[in-house]
Ligand binder design. Sequence first.
Ligand code: 1PX
Length: 214
Amino acid sequence: MAAAAGAFSLREVLSAFQAAVTERREVLLGPYLRGWRGLVRFLNSLGAIFSFISKDAVAKIQIMESYCGGERQEEYRTLQSMVAYELASGLVDIQRRSEHPDSGCRTVLRLHRALRWLQLFLEGLRTAQEDSKTSTICTDSYNASLAAYHPWVIRKAATVAFCALPSRNAFLEIMNVGTPEEAVIMLGDALPHISSVYGITEELYAQHKLLNLP
Ligand code: 1PX
């Protein structure tokens, strides 16, 4: 069954990441943030237990949206222009958070690390056995990515919340893409675009030594 017209479908959300990459391999911040907004909307639909996660994600999306709609919006059109502008203008705290605690560079870095979790999670979901537990796929993806950057208390709270995730098939269905089989096909189509955004960002940040911003 195809998603009803106007209904929230994860297909559109994930395709925002496709729209974020230009032919010149730039990452457009508008579609990138739209993708994140949609993911948060989906996360909120999973229940209040995830709200501590979505609150943090929303706070970071809002910081970025204010730059993208602000006075220097031209500089925040792409990830590449943002990095060049903030570095050239001394707007990034490199050693410790002080004068520029919410730079675009450090804020995107947090979302970028979470995108790695998303990539692993969706790949896990796509390739797992039908009877696999979503909570296990989610925990494994988290431990292999974001967990390294979180203190114990956040890791604990996240792991408890993951237990509330529905079974794999139910999860694939609430994505509202069609049957679980159709959702798996959609994930196969969407994942290369997410990987591409992730890879370009990782390369850009590595090039400018920004991967450990405080
Ligand atoms: C088909 C699948 C769709 C699933 C959609 C789920 C969207 C998840 C969005 C997660 C965004 C998480 C952003 C986290 C950013 C972060 O690492 N923040 C920490 C560091 O920030 P700071 O400013 O202090 O340096 C901050 O400490 C985080 C706090 C909140 C807890 C973050 C837990 C992240 C778990 C990610 C897994 C989400 C599980 C969703 C289950 C489907």
